[in-house]
Design a protein around this ligand. Sequence first.
Ligand code: ATP
Ligand code: MG
Length: 323
Amino acid sequence: MIKEIILSGIRPTGRLHIGNYFGALKNFVNLQKDYQCFFFIADLHSLNESFDPKEKHQQIVNLAKDYLAAGLDPKKCTIFLQSDIPQHAELSVILGSVVPVAYLFRMTQFKEKSSDRALDKVNAGLLYYPILMAADILMYDAAKIPVGLDQTQHVELARDVARFFNNKYGQTFIEPKPLYTDNPKIMSLLEPAKKMSKSLGDNHCIYLDDEPEVIKKKISKAVTDTGDGKGLGAKNLLNLIAIFSEPKINQQFLTQAKNKELKYSELKEQLATDLINYLSDFRENKKKITNQQIKKVLADGQKKVEKIVTAKMATVKKRIGIA
Ligand code: ATP
Ligand code: MG
């Protein structure tokens, strides 16, 4: 049976946290069993943020290590670096010619990320981002794209791009669909009204490779409330207990909260212990992965996808009359 194709990527912009794991990576690991999967490191997409070029290579290697440590298996899925495949950028230029610019200006992510600045301070890459994303997806005939709700509009744009191109030049691309999973939204430890984000800063996040002492310290500093378990901070900590602790322990704290006698010191101690245990395999796995291993995984991935993209680009170029 031919397996459906799945594709997704994460930007190498910092260390992965437990939100990234539950929102994306854990799901990738499950999908590799049932689909033909491509998971890439979206380094070109990460250039639109301010960054230090001296750190970029390490961020890429680190994210590749996260992929493997979490359980992505290069025998079951293809892992590659976006910029190793220059055809992504080439296809994005071609696809740009079928998309009205108004479609890009109405993207919510563009509006949000550019709203605090005058347009002469907003880089064009931010506007063009969904077209590069469409190229990433359409290149591989991916049918399903595992994403968080925030990316729905971009997958819809990729569908529009496929349709516009197909109508103009003949059937070439599959229209992809988003694939949602139960995607718990994990909130910041210090500002629980916001989602946990790499860009918020170290003490807002539990990173997947945080050492036990660091986890203890971060949890002890997490904001709570006055004991009724209804404050956002407490709600977030109770959510984390529901994910990381035994059901019996979870029930115990829920009962405490219901009776308005939640003991935060106990809750935090339990959560820190269970988080440390939960993440220990990941932490140990990651330490064992060498830079050499990553080099090989990415080189193998590049070799595998080169065949696919060469064939696809030949078709695309023929359709538009440049081959
Ligand atoms: P940045 O601050 O650089 O935007 P981020 O932490 O928001 O970083 P992304 O690289 O934007 O991470 O997202 C990677 C994946 O993780 C996406 O699929 C996104 O939906 C998911 N994700 C990010 N934060 C959370 C969260 N707090 N809870 C659940 N899923 C999340
Ligand atoms: Mg983000």
